[in-house]
Write a protein that binds this ligand. Sequence first.
Ligand SMILES: Nc1ncnc2c1ncn2[C@@H]1O[C@H](COP(=O)(O)OP(=O)(O)OP(=O)(O)O)[C@@H](O)[C@H]1O
Ligand SMILES: [Mg+2]
Length: 249
Amino acid sequence: MEQTVIIKCGGSVLQALEPSFFERLRDMQKDGKHIILVHGGGPAITKYMNVLSIPTEFINGVRRTSVRAAETAEMVLAGQLNPWFVYQLNQLGLKAIGINGNDGALLECDYLKKEEWGHVGKILKVNRGTLTQLIKAGFVPVIASVSRNLSGEILNLNADTVAFEVASAMEAESLIFVTDVDGIMAEGKTVQKATIDSINELIDGGIITGGMIPKVHAAINCLKSKIKEIQIVGKEMKGTLIVKEEVLS
Ligand SMILES: Nc1ncnc2c1ncn2[C@@H]1O[C@H](COP(=O)(O)OP(=O)(O)OP(=O)(O)O)[C@@H](O)[C@H]1O
Ligand SMILES: [Mg+2]
């Protein structure tokens, strides 16, 4: 859909978003952009897992998810963070509507690799019609990154991957990852512009690790699927622009 912008807000930053973030959303709407938000909830999920004494384990930034962990993720993402975020957006005059992967059969999913990752999902299909109809009705969809497979088993989805799959299905013009750091950091500074090659070097050199890995993988997949503009930014909307290759000027 033309003029669609996907904005993924990390769980790491969700509850600390600055007025500049909401102003940027309003400016985008004024410019005629269709906004779709996707959010994670890493820290809040971890907090509730601790409260419930459920152990947490991350491998390359992806959570290994037991049944109880998946239940907690669904409860926190769809039951708490999503309504909270929708409320904030509505307060600021955006017509936000909260959905998760089950609503309108938005995200068809199955296990990524059950033996290895447990209840972590992979997306088989994004039901573009659900989002298109909401947008046409004037809503800003706010997607919680959790869904269920055909048998009803809860699958925890990496929100960066959801953002990429949604951006790709909607043929979005840009994807912005808002996180708790001002973009990709190397040697203590923000990398202003990163290419596929420079990202691969930073991964190989151990500079990009943990939660930044699924983000840059999603960014690379976006470039391959013709999404023109990808940014990884902090809560003041400043950070790294990711481009296919460096254009010499
Ligand atoms: N080179 C790097 N530059 C910046 N951040 C990095 C780098 N390597 C690893 N990171 C880590 O990636 C983190 C961001 O990913 P993280 O998964 O924690 O947040 P998020 O994706 O915004 O939130 P959520 O996973 O809840 O959606 C940073 O806080 C930082 O610790
Ligand atoms: Mg993350």
